[in-house]
Design a protein around this ligand. Structure first.
Ligand SMILES: Cc1cc2nc3c(=O)[nH]c(=O)nc-3n(C[C@H](O)[C@H](O)[C@H](O)COP(=O)(O)OP(=O)(O)OC[C@H]3O[C@@H](n4cnc5c(N)ncnc54)[C@H](O)[C@@H]3O)c2cc1C
Length: 618
């Protein structure tokens, strides 16, 4: 059995009319409850209107360009009785959402959009709350809040503060919620910035020592750890206080406290004094980030067992440090402590450092670290750590690791896990995976269209530059722009010594996914600049499509690889082919030439190497 149901435009808050900018269904299409039917746009926001019923589209009553207001007829759907009956019952005609064209309409006519949408959530919800569409604002929840804004941003890391600032610049009133006293999140406070401040110091120490090979011998450096720590803190304070000023200039209201969703239009924020306030919002952006993964059963109450935050605190320079996890963060911190004089051991579960990166890129780093670090144990794991007076006694299993050894400090660096399970997202109807990730579409919308998510919480790669760009997209979409996050690649950089950077297609992925490619490789041993720098262990490679010559990916290992990879990223975004890069005149002598040369190798035109090659096909 079926009934004809006219779907109407639901309550769109204080907007009188909106324009239909997209019709997402055609007559004859079968739709399920919550399937998007049309996209409408006002000067404030664009939003998709979901179907309140399941059935077949019988007649479209609007088209692209139609101006519609609340209650306007959108389309007629031949609703399946089962689907209609399965929905909660209300007087559909009187709520301005749906009515029936059929006098035999069942008593159990569909509910309005908002209550059905929240019923999709696995969490219980308060009666009357919750709209899962930007067009349906629960004004009473907002009115009952302590205060409200167009947009609430939960979390002030690089994703969150970027989104808040961009949205404010676009005219939205914005509340930015952060549980810690300083803005900037992991990146500024305990991540990218402090680690790079210390890595820079380590790099200079190493460069000074390496100058002995050039006939210049410096004395062994004296390290004033308190001063080094203060330098790092000063850098952080400069940046975080800068953010505070930028928020003030933009009139972004910053609220400090732990925020959790109370409904689809309200967040509760509890400060350190246990005072709670409720903030209403029309739209929200979740930017709550991630935290270090913990292996169960380790003695976390012993401060000698550190995560990356503890390692960056630089309590002392331990004689012997064990780094558990040979990924980017573990190796960066290993390089810092190594330069400061610590004997560093790394234990890694897989059979190579920096899993995921191409082996030929990691090799020069592995070679240098093998010489500098005390030990690197691959295919090995830690099974227990006992806190003793002499140090942390670590038990190993597998690979070439000893059965046990004692270290002054241990850094646990085995990955990061998203904070999605700590924000009661279900109360807003936002779906969170078991691991705490939140899925989003290309506009950063969650399954609840007026709630967006960005940064580490939406998935890999967990990198600050991904978070900031996603933040801008979400803010722009919230402000009504037709923005889309469609980056062709997110570059990855390990700021180790040497640095390892890659972007686009990796050879590892090309092989596992069966993607055809050709490559050009330029060893830095043939680069005049790298020889002059005394660091010629690097390599630059490009992957490209054999037929078209189009750049597919690139990887660089060597000093400053993190800066150099940006050119390849731009080339990929611009759809460049390797001939474009090979014919681009790069300044000499620079490390940037190595990308030029790698493309010349691919083209068969290189003269700085003897690498004859048949003429290119493209
Ligand atoms: C040691 C280290 C080095 C790194 N180095 C680099 C690097 O060089 N380059 C790079 O690109 N990336 C680096 N990263 C990763 C980078 O820091 C993250 O990808 C980035 O910070 C993610 O930004 P985000 O905005 O998603 O979240 P975060 O930076 O994690 O910010 C989330 C914010 O939300 C707040 N928050 C969470 N829950 C709540 C709540 N319920 N209520 C209120 N506030 C809440 C948190 O306090 C935090 O301030 C590094 C990470 C670490 C740990």
């Amino acid at each position: 059995m079926s009934d004809l149901v006219t779907i109407k435009l639901p309550d769109i808050g204080d907007i009188s009319t909106v324009e239909v900018i997209e019709v997402l269904v055609a007559e004859g299409d079968v739709v399920a409850v919550e399937d998007s039917l049309i996209t409408v746009e006002s000067d404030k926001a664009s939003m998709e209107i979901p179907s309140p019923v399941a059935g077949t589209i019988s007649r479209l009553l609007i088209k692209v360009g139609s101006e519609v207001g609340e209650g306007a007829d959108l389309m007629v759907v031949e609703a399946t009785t089962e689907a209609v009956a399965a929905e909660p019952t209300t007087n559909a005609a009187s709520d301005g959402q749906t009515d029936t064209n059929n006098s035999s309409a069942p008593a159990s006519a569909p509910d309005n959009v908002e209550s059905k949408s929240t019923d999709q959530s696995s969490d219980a919800h308060a009666p009357g709350h919750a709209h899962t569409n930007a067009s349906v604002v629960d004004q009473s929840a907002i009115d009952n809040a302590d205060f409200s804004a167009d947009l609430v941003v939960l979390g002030a890391g690089p994703g969150g503060y970027t989104a808040a600032f961009r949205a404010a610049d676009l005219g939205l009133s914005v509340v930015l919620i952060e549980r810690y006293p300083d803005l900037g999140g992991v990146c500024l406070n305990v991540g990218c910035i402090p680690s790079k401040a210390l890595l820079h110091t380590g790099q200079i120490i190493n460069e000074a020592a390496d100058l002995a090979d050039h006939g210049v011998v410096f004395n062994k450096p004296e390290i004033d750890i308190d001063k080094l720590r203060s330098f790092k803190e000063k850098v952080i304070t400069q940046l975080t206080s800068g953010l505070k000023g930028l928020a003030k200039q933009r009139k972004v209201t910053v609220v400090h406290g732990h925020g959790v969703f109370a409904s689809a239009n309200t967040v509760s924020v509890t400060d350190d004094n246990k005072n709670t306030q409720t903030i209403g919002f029309k739209q929200a952006i979740i930017a709550a980030g991630s935290q270090s993964v913990k292996i169960p059963g380790l003695p976390y109450d012993d401060e000698r067992l550190m995560d990356s935050t503890g390692a960056l605190a630089l309590a002392d320079i331990p004689k012997r440090l064990l780094v558990i996890g040979g990924g980017i963060i573990g190796l960066e911190m290993g390089c810092v402590y190594d330069a400061l004089g610590t004997a560093v051991t790394v234990v890694e579960l897989s059979d190579g450092l920096m899993p995921g990166a191409d082996r030929d890129l990691v090799r020069p780093l592995e070679k240098r670290l093998k010489k500098r670090f005390e030990s690197i144990f691959l295919s090995s794991k830690v099974t227990a750590i006992d806190a003793t007076d002499a140090g942390l006694k670590v038990t190993f299993e597998g690979g070439s690791a000893p059965s046990s050894d004692t270290f002054d400090r241990v850094l646990l660096s085995v990955g990061r896990t998203p904070n999605g399970l700590n924000i009661e997202a279900g109360k807003a109807g936002v779906k969170v995976s078991e691991r705490g990730f939140i899925s989003v579409d290309g506009q950063q919308r969650t399954n609840v269209p007026h709630i967006f998510a960005i940064g580490d919480i939406v998935g890999q790669p967990m990198l600050a530059h991904k978070a900031t760009h996603e933040g801008k997209t979400a803010a722009e979409v919230a402000a009504g722009m037709k923005s889309w996050f469609d980056a062709k690649t997110i570059p990855s950089v390990a700021y180790t010594d040497p640095e390892v950077a890659w972007m686009g297609l990796t050879e590892t992925d090309a092989k596992t996914q069966g993607i055809a490619y050709e490559k050009g490789v330029f060893p830095w041993a043939a680069s005049g600049r790298s020889l002059a720098n005394g660091r010629n262990e690097g390599v630059t490679k490009v992957l490209y499509d054999a037929e078209t010559g189009r750049l597919l990916g690139a990887g660089i290992t060597g000093t400053n690889a993190g800066e150099l990879i940006a050119e390849a990223v731009l080339a990929l975004e611009m759809g460049a082919d390797i001939q474009d890069i090979a014919l681009t005149v790069h300044p000499h002598p620079t490390l940037s030439e190595t990308l030029n040369f790698a493309c010349e190798v691919a083209e068969g035109t290189v003269t700085d190497l003897y690498a004859p090659k048949k003429a290119p096909k493209h």
